[in-house]
Structures are given as C-alpha cells and as structure tokens.
Write a protein that binds this ligand. Sequence first.
Ligand code: ATP
Ligand code: MG
Ligand code: MG
Ligand code: MG
Length: 563
Amino acid sequence: MRRSQILIPTLKETPADAEVISHQLMLRAGLIRKLAAGLYTWLPLGLRVLRKVETIVREEMDRAGAQEVLMPMVQPAELWSESGRWEQYGPELLRIKDRHARDFCLGPTHEEVITDLIRGEIRSYRQLPANFYQIQTKFRDEIRPRFGLMRGREFTMKDAYSFHADQESLQDTYRVMFDAYSRIFQRLGLEFRAVEADTGSIGGSASHEFHVLADSGEDAIVYCHQCEYAANLELAESRPAPLPCDAPMPAQKVTTPGIRTVAEQAQMLKLSHDRIVKSVVVMADDQPAALFLLGDDELNPIKAARALGAKQVRMAEAAEAETATGGVVGFIGPVNLPEKLRVLVDQRAAAACNFSSGANEKDYHWINLNWNRDVPLPETADLRNVKAGEPCPRCAGNLGIRRGIEVGHIFQLGDKYSQALHASFLDEQGQERIMRMGCYGIGVSRVVAAAVEQNYDDKGIIWPQAIAPFDVGLIAINAQRSEKVMAAAETLYDRLRDLGFEVLWDDRAERPGVQFAEMDLIGLPHRVVISERNLEHGLLEYKARVAAEAELLTLDAVLERLR
Ligand code: ATP
Ligand code: MG
Ligand code: MG
Ligand code: MG
C-alpha cells in the first residue's frame, strides 16, 4: 500500500482524554477514532490489525472443531426472560423497543440465542457434542467505558458455545478450547497467563481467564513460581460502588487548605508532577479521610502511601477506590469510612471523569461530588497477604503478583441455560435429558489494545509480527528529487509484494524525519530505507523496529532479515 493512498491520520500530540498508553498510541498512530463514549471507528490501519487477530482466532476455532455461525446482535426480550436474565442483568444490558413496542436488547453475550437455536435443531445424542462460534459485535452499556478499545461499549468478541450429553464430554471440549486459547495467544505473540477465575454473572462451575500481562492491567493475578497455580484476585468485580463520575452536578471548585496538592504529593514521592495522574481526596465530616492516588507503573502503592505519611495502607479499599477513580495505586486513610463520603477530585481526575473543563488550574479540588456508597465494602483478599514469598495453596511454592488484561474467558456452564430454556436430547436409551454447555469468549478488539499495552516504546507501537498492519515500512529518501531513488523504490516495492510481504511505502513528499518518526509510531516490524548514497554501493538501510541500530545490507541480506 502506498502511504498516499491510505488514511492514516497520525497525531503529534497525545490526546488529553486518553489515559492508557494503548488508547493514546492507537489514536496517535491513526488506528481508531472515537465516535462517542465507548464507540470507536476502526480506520484502515487499525482494521488490518483487527482482521489479523480475527484470522488467527478463526483458524484455531476451526482447528478445535468449532463451527462458525453468525447470530443477530438484536435479541428478543422473551428469550432473556426465559433465562431469567432480563431481570437479573443490570443496566449493562441496553434494552430497546421496536415500532410495535416490543422489547429487545443489544446482545452483550449470546447464551440465550444459541441455546434457543440448539433446542430446536439438536434432538439426539448422535448430534452431540457440538461447538459453535461467531465473531460478532457485542454491546455492553459499561458504567464507565474507558481506555479506548480496552473497555468499549460496542466491541468485537469471539464467542463460542458447546453442547454435550454429559459432564465428561463438556470437560473434554473445555480442555480442547483451553488449549486452543493457549495457541491463539502464543500465535498472537503475546505474553499471557491462564488463571482460575470467578464465574461471575454468566454462572457455572469451572472457569479460566486468559490474561495478557501488562502493568496497566485492571486485574491482579497471583501466580506460583513453581507450579501451574494462577488465579484472578477479582477485587473490583464484586463491588458495584457508584462512581464519583456519576454523581449529581454541580460540582464546585475550591481551594483545599490542609490537603496536599498533587504537586506536593509528587514532591514528597520524589516524582515529577506528571507521574501522578490523579488524586482523589475523600472527606468525612469535613476532614480529609482518605487519599487515592493513581500514578504511572513505577509508583509503588505501599511505598507511596508510606512516603505520604499513611498509618494504614489497605489494598482492599484501594481496589474500591480503583473502581471509583479509574485505577489507583495507593490508599491512605482510616479503616472505617462513614457511610456518606464527600469526594474531592483534583482537576486531572475531573478531566478524566468528563467534568466541565472550565476550571483547569492546577491543584484545586472539586467538592460536592456525592459518592453515596449504598453497598458496604465486602470482604476481599488483602493483597499484602498474597505477596511474593508466601506459600502457594497448591504446592507451597512462592507466589508472585502481576497485573493482567482479561482477553479471554472460558466457562463450564453446566445446565444453567439448557435447563432454563429446556434444551434437551434423547440419549441412547431414548430417555430425554438436558444438555450440558460450555461457553468461551475472546475480546478480539481488546486483544488489539492489549497487544499495544504490552509492546511499545517512547517512539510508538511495536507490533508483534503476527498482527502488524504491514510487514515492512519502505522509505525512499528524497525520491521526488531523484529519479534513480524513485525507480529503485518502485522496483523494491513490487519485488517485496511479489514475495508476499505486506509493504507500506511512504511515497509522500515529506521530510525524511517526519517519515521516520511516523514509521516508528506505527510500529511495523521491519523498515527499509532507500537513499541515493547507499544505492551507489548497492546497499539498503534495514532496521528491525525492536533493534537499536540500522544496518546497511544488500537486498538479499534484507530479504533474509524479513523472513
Ligand atoms: P471485564 O471483567 O473486563 O468487564 P467480563 O468478565 O465482563 O470482562 P466476559 O463476559 O468474560 O467479560 O466476556 C469475554 C471477553 O470479552 C472478556 O474476556 C474480554 O476480553 C472481552 N470484553 C468484555 N467486556 C469488554 C468491553 N467492554 N470492551 C472490550 N472487550 C470486552
Ligand atoms: Mg464486564
Ligand atoms: Mg472479568
Ligand atoms: Mg470475564
């Protein structure tokens, strides 16, 4: 593809409302654009990445014996009433009415629809087991869509559903899918971990999540250094605390004597001001009662809290604060917070919560953001109790903690949906029995963001080879002024494409500096540069995106590097 023929609207500045690196870089590299909260358009370059992830997922699903189908995104309310989820599923389920005032919803998941299909089509044990998958748009009206594609409202998921005559068969397929998932994330070139997980609102017995490891991940994972044991701490999930961002307006800006400003906090932590992304002060009876901090990944929560004079550092509340503030690394304050809290949010937090940007001076706080916590803090694991060095529940080996991004989730559902929707079959004895089910999800669009979150440097994205939008970036220096360079570029461009490489040739009359910076930002695995001087010696400049230095090579040597 010629750069002049493809829309890649790169940005020099980091967009202000993009908090995490993947969101920033995907906007800056011209992969996506925001339409509204949690809704994104995939631009040509981004779509190429998404399609590559889909292809790998599709190949591995086919290989695992799953059959591809495509179900409607709009689903009738009756089916959801049958499963009981029309009432149970909270506001994440977007409910709509058609012109006849009949109720529908936008599918956040497809258990009901597939079970309805299968109860009508599969009648005999001879047709079991069967496994169906789709790659489809899902809609979840997330309370706080954020981090770009990481937590969109509309997003792409691969979901699969398996049907079985008995538990043993379900376990077999579950194992096959577990292995398929492991292969998928290996092929994607991502560092990942499978962990034991909570079954959440989907329900069922056994469940595993697949996490791409990244410090920015929303989930904390404990894992054993010796054995296979790994589990999700699921600190945030069970806590439906309302968010300060959803609090009634109008908020008011005040100076806050006695409360440290963000700048002071940073100074005490010996950090630059930018390193603290947000701070939230909780007031109880007009006294500062708690402080939540969100910093970058080098800000150690315990150390930070201690440096700020904390008497208590309770990670359980930190997790609560995380839900409330969008990520937190430290919590300082008393153990028992009163029922009603007044939350003061500094201006950067306010910006992140989409408050009016009218008063953006530094180090003022907002008041009157009523954070009414109508649910008490549940008992949660205290992260300090599962720190490295403590024994693994399985083998007594050492445990470690990493942060992860949930990119896949598989469940043994048992008969939860098949019972409710009466999906039955006739067994060998001609007896009617209820099917058993498994379900298996991958956040295809989230995978793209997670890949960036794990692979970038200060210049931009570093795509894993398998999902890079193009294999090679080609730059011809001053080609517009040198017929020789232009001709060599044309020839090389054709040659590489004939050999099966996907090439992005920056054929614009841009300054080389601009072209180099953009190629780094876009993050293709290989870069080849043609210049008049090197051409005279029959050489090309080659650089792998991950390499520190470029090399001067013959064409044959370059082709070797690309393989
Ligand atoms: P999360 O804990 O992040 O809210 P979930 O547990 O609700 O995810 P599942 O119901 O397990 O999600 O859905 C399967 C997969 O879909 C998840 O593992 C995740 O990769 C992806 N996914 C879920 N919600 C979103 C979202 N809002 N945006 C993008 N991907 C998502
Ligand atoms: Mg969710
Ligand atoms: Mg989850
Ligand atoms: Mg999940």
